[in-house]
Design a protein around this ligand. Structure first.
Ligand code: ZN
Length: 245
């Protein structure tokens, strides 16, 4: 660590429930070590196929905000926030304005490590995931540059950017083109709580029922790709997102 401030992790996602299987292990392991965690989710997920008891999109969005808060509690997330972007429409969002929102969040929260999707769009190749990857990548770099958005607070250089990536393909879904991983995280000690967190997404339980046994065989590890770092270095395999910080 270069200063005495407590370590912080910022995770940027697209939909309520992305925080569970993609990033849940990393979030819980960080919390266990006293690292402060924050999840920023772009949309309230009101375009989801599974709609629970919701009578309208707006109602589903409200339900999913509550489910997201419950999930974040199980994952021991310190701060959580849902932005007001429209689900399934992120590819049409204004790039610069959207990245600016993230630059402001990064400069005010001052994370050491940032997690998000890779450019493949994750397991379901969702365009929202690809866009969140692009917005976050730009904001990670721009938050550290004084010439970018000088009105959005003092610059902050987060030390590492990681993309979640996958060691398997999902049955019955288009295959992503995943980045090779540089981090294998053993999350077996907390894997049961990923399922607990997902179950708090009550409106999405049909998804859980469909894929639970598939996930159970794969929930003990998470894979990440180091996408940016403050130190020039060869790609090396790691088992910890915070080693050396
Ligand atoms: Zn998603």
């Amino acid at each position: 660590m270069t200063d005495k401030a407590p370590l912080k992790l910022l995770c940027i996602t697209a939909h309520p429930d992305d925080e569970c299987f993609g990033f849940g292990g990393a979030l819980m392991l960080a919390a266990e070590r006293g690292i402060e965690t924050s999840v920023l989710c772009f949309t309230d997920g009101q375009a989801a196929t599974n709609r629970g008891t919701a009578a309208s999109s707006a109602e589903l969005g409200r339900m999913r905000r509550v489910e997201f808060a419950a999930s974040c509690k199980i994952l021991d997330v310190t701060h959580h926030e849902v932005l007001d972007y429209q689900d399934a429409q992120l590819e049409f969002a204004n790039f610069s304005q959207t990245a600016a929102i993230l630059v402001e969040r990064i400069r005010s929260y001052r994370p050491h490590v940032v997690l998000t999707f890779g450019s493949d769009g994750g397991q379901n190749t969702h365009a929202d995931h690809t866009m969140v990857s692009a917005f976050t990548t730009a904001a990670f770099h721009w938050a550290a540059q004084a010439k970018r958005f000088p009105d959005l607070g003092p610059i902050h250089t987060a030390q590492r950017l990681f993309y979640t990536t996958s060691s398997f393909f999902f049955p019955g879904r288009p295959s992503p083109l995943p980045a090779p991983w540089t981090v294998t995280l053993d999350v077996s000690s907390v894997q049961h709580r990923k399922f607990e967190a997902f179950r708090s997404h009550t409106s999405q339980l049909p998804l859980m029922e469909r894929f639970e046994s598939f996930f159970k065989q794969r929930a003990s590890t998470e894979h990440y790709t180091l996408a940016a770092t403050t130190r020039p270095q060869p790609a090396a395999h790691a088992t910890d997102l915070f080693a050396g910080l």
